[in-house]
Design a protein around this ligand. Structure first.
Ligand code: BDP
Length: 325
């Protein structure tokens, strides 16, 4: 009788412990300013699904899209502080805080997407990734994501520097970006991406600059900017990062798994990106947006002093990027 009782309590104890371990679930909080179907967000959501499958639900990712956790400046701070675990953010604000990794924010630094991929996938990309992780930013670099190239989003067509003169244009928070637009004769204003639509509508700004997907999802055509003037002045990659505070508490196996899945998310996002650009271009065209071919040469020349001024702080990196085939 006593023996039976003992066996019974041992069984219930182990059941209890079993369920206690099963309940030790960790949900990582992820943030993106873009909607859930945007390439960056979709790739991280899928990464979370795979993480959950591969750990039997022990680890998972809960995505807060649409800037629910704040604008990029705020989410960067929250990730540094450990309140957000997984952050997808533009390299522009990252370079704003950590100037030594800001080389990718330089105007006309990449020739095209293929050139950019070769740089990111090679030793230059790896070196900057390592610098982000090793810095006091409080981030662990997980991967790069595509954001294509940025062009002008205007009310009137812009094909020359004269057309851009004095135009109040919204920029991300990065000194290289601001100096580039000053050098091109515009009047740049820093605003979070979420404030651009209202600022266009109320006339606080005349113009924006971005890639086709953000032009589409942020609804700038509805706010009256119907021209996409294809200067392709910036090609700023996206960064996927983990909060160092949380990262340091994970086991080496979990870190390795997250790293592996992040690399898969990076590759997946590249595919999603090209598809989404096509979809956005069709949608923008149906909204009456005109895509304007621009002779880039005058814009390249106007921004030469910016490459000169900031280039020095990156040592030989500018040259190494140009030399990358
Ligand atoms: C988009 C980037 C996003 C930035 C936004 C911006 O994907 O990370 O917040 O531009 O202009 O292309 O702020």
């Amino acid at each position: 009788m006593l023996k039976n009782k003992l066996v019974f309590s041992l069984i219930s104890l182990s059941l209890l412990m079993g369920s206690a371990t099963a309940m030790a679930k960790t949900v990582f909080i992820a943030s993106d300013v873009h909607p859930a179907d945007y390439p960056t967000t979709a790739a991280v959501i899928h990464m979370g699904e795979k993480l959950s499958q591969q750990t039997d639900g022990r680890l998972s990712i809960k995505m807060y899209p649409n800037g629910q956790m704040g604008d990029e400046g705020a989410t960067l701070e929250k990730t540094r502080a450990g309140a957000i675990d997984v952050l997808r953010v533009s390299m522009a604000p990252v370079g704003g805080i950590l100037p030594e990794v800001s080389v990718f924010n330089m105007p006309f630094v990449f020739r095209d997407a293929e050139h950019q991929h070769h740089v990111l996938d090679g030793k230059i990309g790896d070196g900057l990734a390592q610098k982000i992780t090793d810095s006091n930013l409080g981030l662990v670099f997980l991967g790069w994501m595509d954001a294509g190239s940025r062009s002008l989003i205007t009310r009137k067509p812009v094909t020359s520097l004269a057309d851009l003169s004095g135009v109040k244009i919204r920029l991300q928070n990065n000194p290289i970006g601001l100096d580039s637009f000053k050098a091109m004769g515009a009047n740049p204003v820093v605003l979070p991406v979420g404030d651009v639509f209202a600022s266009l509508q109320t006339g606080v700004i005349d113009a924006a600059e971005n890639n086709e997907p953000t032009f589409d999802t942020e609804n700038y055509a509805v706010a009256g900017t119907k021209y996409f003037d294809m200067t392709e002045h910036f090609m700023i990659p996206e960064v996927l990062a983990f909060s160092k505070k949380k990262w340091n508490k994970l086991s080496a196996d979990d870190q390795a798994l997250i790293m592996k899945l992040a690399k898969e998310a990076q590759a997946e996002e590249r595919v999603l990106w090209t598809q989404y650009v096509d979809k956005s271009v069709s949608k923008l065209q149906s909204q009456g947006v005109k895509f304007i071919k621009v002779d880039k040469q005058p814009f390249v020349e106007a921004t030469a002093p910016v490459r000169e001024k900031y280039g020095k702080q990156f040592g030989s990196l500018m040259q190494e990027i140009q030399d990358t085939q």
